[in-house]
Design a protein around this ligand. Sequence first.
Ligand SMILES: Cc1cc2nc3c(=O)[nH]c(=O)nc-3n(C[C@H](O)[C@H](O)[C@H](O)COP(=O)(O)OP(=O)(O)OC[C@H]3O[C@@H](n4cnc5c(N)ncnc54)[C@H](O)[C@@H]3O)c2cc1C
Length: 223
Amino acid sequence: MNVLIVYAHPEPRSFNGAMKDLAVDVLTGAGHKVQVSDLYAMKFQPAGGPDDFTDRAFPDQFGYQAEQAAGHFAPELKAEMDKLAWCDLLILQFPLWWFSLPGILKGWIDRVFAFGFAYDRSRSYESGMFRGKRAMLAFTTGAPASMYAAGGRHGSIDELLLHVNRGMLYFLGMEVLPPFIAYGTPRLSAEDKAAYLAAYSERLLNLESTEPIYPAGSETTTF
Ligand SMILES: Cc1cc2nc3c(=O)[nH]c(=O)nc-3n(C[C@H](O)[C@H](O)[C@H](O)COP(=O)(O)OP(=O)(O)OC[C@H]3O[C@@H](n4cnc5c(N)ncnc54)[C@H](O)[C@@H]3O)c2cc1C
């Protein structure tokens, strides 16, 4: 299996860094091919706009999806698109920031999940262009699990993740695996952190038998 890990943390010695390094070791050890897009190390520019393109199809007035459809992508975007096309499994590794993805990772989605390359008006969800691929979120939170339980102060983690799991990943047709979440990492004991890393290793070794959360039941939505 070909695996792309898109990793968004500014500090290599962070717990996210440890999860990313572990995933590379475990997946490579299990015989998979792994590529990592380390967005901070790459100084990935998150703001989508005219600089995404080497040539403008509509020079008078900028239309983002129209230019994406024309497909004159800058080399750094083409390189990310090639990695995404190559992978069978996409892992997004990040700390939860403001209930969502860090801006650098959201920018990677904005720019790489491009109209015409990743979706179009007739291809999304069950007829999505990336059917056959799988995707999984691997992330950390500052708050403990109890705050993300149903009825918890932050609300249900499943509802909070809907815009990513459904609106970004399943939207492209990918099967979405349950997220791996390390809760409350800044205040965990050494034993709890080791237990999370052991559980993540176990998850990575059992990806192929893990049931997706999307698609669920009969999905008929079209864009
Ligand atoms: C802008 C912003 C918005 C945020 N919004 C939210 C939010 O909406 N919800 C929320 O819950 N939280 C939020 N947070 C908190 C954030 O999610 C956490 O700080 C983050 O998830 C912690 O992950 P980390 O990788 O940065 O941990 P770190 O602080 O890097 O790691 C935790 C500890 O683990 C240690 N460690 C590293 N590697 C290992 C290893 N191999 N073995 C054992 N220990 C190790 C580190 O040294 C550190 O002591 C926000 C933070 C910011 C900056």
